[in-house]
Design a protein around this ligand. Structure first.
Ligand code: NAD
Length: 353
């Protein structure tokens, strides 16, 4: 499996170095034969190539088996004409990575704010309120006068259907419960269609229990009792917001894994951003990126029916539980290790088992 690795901005280089150490260890233990092609995106690419991402990089990623993308300083990238392209959106759109799978769970030995839980947010990734990806060319956010902005949201039957199917298929491998999250009381047509299509897809999965929640109330339900939920399916922006909440409820945003998956490609990427407030201090939690790397291996294993990759993904999850229980963690979740030390200890754990 050839993986293109783009460390990213802010805490990206630190957390990606730790993740690579773990991937090398897991590759050796399970004989995965992982090959890494290190390249740049974001600020480093802007400096070297005049653009945060380049067509050559896209071609390389297309011919690889997977991509690990570090967090990006997307807020800094304002003008595409100057090469300031949001790399996350670029790969999600160009590779049609429509399903953003964001698991959150509590861990033994780690304080949790709302009781134990284990859930997955399945977020639509290619349209919705994200103005940078929902039309063919240009952006769908417009300055009409200096004081008036219009931002358009796109919702399509095709995207609703495929994200709903991803959620139900995932639920069949878990506790068989899907919660649809929407704002159909206000966005009556778009979110109305989203619910209808989710309910239609649900008919193909009669074993799966289905309910639905309005997004604002959902924040209260999740904060109060996250254990009520198994798989949560929702549109792009709601999923982005909700998954930061569920990651933080599990202990830290630094635990939030994220896989962006399409039919032919997948990209592991932590749920959080480039965290400039802690960059370069060796204190960022690398576990979010390590979980995402495990998800990428699992995706590859499932797609190609490769049991070693599936076993490797499970081993990463198990090592995560053990590392947290042993306190081999960064300080955001109560440990004393730096980013590099936490990665090294995790990699060692993978080799010893
Ligand atoms: P952020 O997610 O980077 O950080 C939010 C808070 O969580 C900060 O206090 C940060 O220190 C903490 N945090 C994040 N990751 C952590 C980790 N691994 N370990 C410990 N603490 C962690 O959000 P922000 O500060 O609002 O955004 C910073 C930049 O990241 C912006 O340019 C934003 O656009 C971008 N961003 C990128 C992505 C992405 O690449 N997928 C996602 C979200 C935000």
């Amino acid at each position: 499996m050839k993986i293109v690795v783009l460390p990213g901005d802010g805490i990206g280089p630190e957390t990606m170095a730790a993740t690579l150490e773990v991937l090398r260890a897991v590759s050796s233990r399970f004989r995965l034969g992982l090959e890494f092609d290190l390249d740049v995106a974001g600020h480093e690419s802007l400096r070297r190539h005049g653009a945060t991402v380049t067509p050559a990089l896209l071609q390389k990623v297309k011919s690889a088996d997977g991509l690990m993308l570090g967090p990006m300083a997307t807020y800094d990238f304002k003008d595409e004409a100057r090469g300031e392209i949001n790399p996350s959106k670029f790969f999600r759109k160009e590779l049609d990575l429509y399903a953003n799978i964001r698991p959150s769970r509590t861990y033994p030995g780690l304080q949790h704010r709302a009781g134990e839980f284990d859930l997955v947010v399945v977020r639509e990734n290619t349209e919705g309120f994200y103005a940078d990806r929902n039309i063919e060319s240009g952006g769908s956010e417009m300055l009409i006068t200096p004081d008036v902005v219009i931002s358009l949201r796109r919702i399509t039957r095709q995207c609703c259907e495929r994200i709903a199917r991803s959620a139900f298929e995932l639920a069949m491998t878990r506790r068989r419960h899907v919660s649809i999250v929407h704002k159909a009381n206000v966005l009556k047509i778009g979110d109305g269609m989203f619910i209808d299509i989710c309910r239609q897809v649900a008919r193909e999965f009669p074993e799966v229990q289905v309910d639905d929640f309005i997004v604002d109330a959902m924040m209260a339900h999740v904060a109060r009792a996250p254990q009520r939920f198994d798989v949560i399916v929702t549109t792009n922006m709601f999923g982005d917001i909700l998954s930061d909440l569920t990651a933080e409820l599990s202990g830290s945003l630094g635990l939030g894994g994220s896989l962006n998956a399409g039919k032919d490609h997948a990209m592991g990427q932590a749920a959080h951003g480039s965290a400039p407030d802690i960059a370069g201090q060796d204190i960022a939690n690398p576990f979010s990126l390590i979980v995402s790397a495990g998800q990428l291996l699992g995706w590859h294993g499932q797609r190609r029916s490769l049991s070693a990759f599936l076993a490797a993904a499970r081993a990463i999850d198990e090592a995560m539980i053990a590392a947290i229980q042993a306190g081999e963690t960064t300080r955001d979740i109560g440990g004393r290790l730096g980013t590099a030390e936490a990665g090294r200890a995790f990699a060692q754990r993978m080799l010893e088992r």
